[in-house]
Design a protein around this ligand. Structure first.
Ligand code: UDP
Length: 339
């Protein structure tokens, strides 16, 4: 049995979707604080599974879940993920992301869980200084997070690694995500609407905000800073389609049967600037909208692009949807139908 925490959220729901499509047995824990019941209902239509509406801070109830089910793998997404909010309210992040993860890891140890797959972030690298021709970030880079969100995830990584040092039956895969975007890709195959996608409240991420603007749900998109040290002056990010990212998690389940625990960057290895994203939405969706000059956002590094050699070589992960037009189109189709 595979336990997914945060399965009603953006990335967790895509992993749940893929596992259910493969007819695997899962259970989902989510407190629906940022995830949605409607996402669970949609997933149940693929294949039935047990959904437990539970906050991970309810330790007694979490233990009951481990008592009840024979859990072999935990895929842990449940967390808060807004950098800005973490600066305002660090305890919210340390309690939910770090303390609750620590308790979950303790349960895995007590109940003999063999595999732990953890959703981490490129925010653990902080503001890496790229030297000379070095333009991408490898897993060997120093981890010096600059906000409580990145710190809360890095601390969780350390807890997981320490447990694995003493518990030889426990293996982990840590994935450091770059910028995740897009929605359920099945509409490409079957010309159906995306079943799951991104819906944050408030939305702070670039691609959904640009897509909302293209759809007329917002008046304008604001560019946060145009004087960065990049070719067009706007920040560069490595945008990965959520279904390719989900696939890495699925691969990790089998990978850990044969291989040692490890940490992997998840990205495509090249980046787009904010202006390029805006132009691409205009071109792909053949529309125009208002773009305004905004202030820099505190804590935004100019360039964050992954070196993904390790995940490709070791895990044989092959991106399938590394096409910006496709990412944008799936995000657009999802957003268009989002109430
Ligand atoms: N950004 C922007 N306008 C917005 C939202 C984001 O210019 O309304 C920029 C942001 O400064 C960053 C990039 O878009 O350089 C990606 O931001 P996002 O919040 O999507 O992801 P992050 O890289 O912060 O995790």
């Amino acid at each position: 049995m595979i336990l997914i925490t945060g399965g009603a959220g953006y990335i967790g729901s895509h992993v749940a979707k893929q596992l259910l499509e493969q007819d695997r047995d899962i259970i989902v824990i989510d407190n629906l604080s940022t995830g949605f019941q409607r996402t669970i209902d949609t997933l149940q239509k693929i294949k039935k599974f047990d959904f437990i509406n539970l906050d991970l801070n309810d330790f007694e109830k979490v233990v009951e879940v481990f008592e009840k089910y024979n859990i072999e793998t935990v895929i842990h997404f449940a967390a808060f993920s807004q950098v800005g909010e973490s600066m305002q309210n660090p305890m919210k992040y340390y309690m939910n992301n770090t303390v609750n993860t620590t308790h979950l890891v303790k349960c895995t140890s007590v109940y003999g869980v063999k595999k732990f797959i953890f959703s981490s972030t490129a925010a653990t690298y902080g503001e890496p200084t790229l030297k000379g021709s070095e333009q991408t970030i490898t897993e060997e880079f120093d981890t010096e997070p600059i906000n409580p969100y990145g710190k809360s995830k890095l601390m969780s990584e350390l807890v997981i690694k320490d447990e694995a040092k003493v518990n030889k039956d426990f293996k982990y895969c840590i994935f450091r995500y770059f910028n995740v975007a897009g929605a359920d890709i099945h509409y490409e195959r079957e010309e159906l609407l995306p079943r799951v996608g991104e819906a944050h409240d408030p939305e702070t991420h670039l691609i959904p905000l640009v897509v909302k603007t293209a759809l007329g749900k917002r008046d304008a998109i604001s560019i946060f800073g145009e004087e960065y040290d990049t070719p067009d002056g706007t920040c560069i990010r490595d945008y990965i389609h959520v279904d390719d990212l989900a696939d890495a998690h699925i691969k990790a389940i089998d990978y850990l049967d044969e291989n040692e625990s490890d940490t992997f960057n998840c990205g495509y290895g090249y980046g787009y600037s904010v202006k390029e994203i805006i132009d691409s939405v205009k071109n792909t969706m053949k529309c125009d909208f208002k773009v305004i000059k905004g202030e820099r956002r505190e804590g935004d590094p100019s360039t964050l692009v992954s070196d993904n050699t390790k995940i490709k070589e070791k895990m044989k992960w092959k991106p399938k949807y590394n096409d910006l037009g496709l990412i944008i189109k799936s995000a657009y189709e999802w957003e268009k139908n989002l109430k």
